[in-house]
Design a protein around this ligand. Sequence first.
Ligand SMILES: Cc1cc2nc3c(=O)[nH]c(=O)nc-3n(C[C@H](O)[C@H](O)[C@H](O)COP(=O)(O)O)c2cc1C
Length: 194
Amino acid sequence: MSKRIAIIQGHPDPAPERLCRALADAYARGAARGGHEVKRIDVAALDFPLLRSQVEFERGGPPPAIAQAQETLRWADHWVMVYPIWLGDAPALFKGFIEQTFRPGFALRYRDGRIPYGLLKGKTARVIATMGMPSLVYRFFFFAHGLRNLKRNVLNYAGVSPVRETLIGSTRGMLPETAEKWLTSIEALGREGR
Ligand SMILES: Cc1cc2nc3c(=O)[nH]c(=O)nc-3n(C[C@H](O)[C@H](O)[C@H](O)COP(=O)(O)O)c2cc1C
């Protein structure tokens, strides 16, 4: 079944040689081959400030670049988020984007003014995170804290489920053939729209 897919590039560095950029391109290539419709959000290219207050979070209108990203996210059935692990978590720019985007009214609404419910039910996601350490170390020594927070506290909470993950470790000095294998498997996921 053909899907509408949003690829969210969370790498702050626009340099095309970044692995995250090659991974997003591979996913997009596969998705196009699989007959899916793709729209892309490149967080590094968006102009938005950091969120500064709860009042702004709950009552302020999002800046235009964020409103446009929200429209793309609402349009899509499936989201693919790609980012590198920086200091154990997603880069600050990507987190700034998440804070700006996942506001009440877009991600949540409060029933009786208190009890939150997710507005994004029916959507699914995949998180692709790259890191210098072996991915098993991130998963079993650090318990993948940052990733679990994004999955549960942000995405599941807003109704996005299931959220699948691909962790790509040992990126420093990765052999070209290893990188190629990853790109091939990410392209296959794109073709399946998964
Ligand atoms: C500011 C910064 C912090 C980083 N922190 C970590 C870290 O905590 N753990 C880790 O395994 N790798 C860390 N790395 C390595 C990156 O995760 C790695 O370079 C990246 O995933 C490679 O993908 P890229 O080519 O798309 O940047 C860090 C890199 C930078 C630039």
